[in-house]
Design a binder for this molecule. Sequence first.
Ligand code: NDP
Ligand code: 8X3
Length: 252
Amino acid sequence: MAKIALITGATAGIGEACAHTFAREGYNLILTGRRMQRLERLAEVLNDKYNIDVAISCFDIRSKAQVIENLEGLPAEWKQVDVLVNNAGLSQGLDPIDKGDYDDWETMIDTNVKGLLYVSRVVSNWMIDNGFGHIINLGSIAGKEVYPNGNVYCATKHAVDALSKGMRLDLLSHGIKVTAIHPGAVETEFSEVRFKGDKDRAKKVYDGFEPLVAQDIADTIWFVASRPAHVNINDILIMPTAQASATNIFRQ
Ligand code: NDP
Ligand code: 8X3
């Protein structure tokens, strides 16, 4: 029987690259995100190219009710999830703490922390019942360091770091693996979302150096997910060669 991966935030960037990678490896997929058309298109492409089954679950991860209703509403056979990639997340704004936008703060906390928790609560129970599973959380260099004006986004990713450690402890006796992946700069829709559609400002983030691409992270996640049963990789910090810390990027 084919294995199953549930990937949150599969409509773009790292999540979409993970969907392609796990499909290539023969996994059936549960793909989530808010943009239904993108989910439908991706499901069609993956189904055609890899002949796998894809279940689409379209919801806003900030809504506890939507998360529970959509995930619990999946047929029982889809709840045999081998790998959960907790990828959906975002940054909004880059303002000093005294000028931060309240809505931006709430969006980041609700998405990156509470959304990840809601999904993990549901899926970890399936994994406990199944007796297997691997949860892979997308942290960030922003979860290891704090940079100017990164305040709340960094706090949410520090929370993901702490939650990954907490999940590993709490799920240990159930044999469920927990891994945190912490990327540096990856060129996706991330900066466009952070700067609310300002493409020029987003592009400048990656000027003068070669950033990571989504596939670099998907390859790393696949490596982690494909280790033997007795091996768990707890934590990976993965950076562009030109980046040494959150703020230290060598640009030419
Ligand atoms: P993208 O903006 O390209 O993709 C983000 C994904 O998250 C989209 O599929 C989006 O789907 C989903 N998402 C966002 N908000 C919600 C929501 N409320 N409900 C459901 N889904 C949501 O960014 P990346 O691929 O770069 O980011 C993926 C993860 O990697 C994030 O957690 C990010 O913090 C982390 N990361 C990114 C880095 C980077 O430099 N790019 C570096 C380190 C970590 P939709 O809009 O359809 O809902
Ligand atoms: C994204 C990386 O440092 O641009 O998590 O915030 S950073």
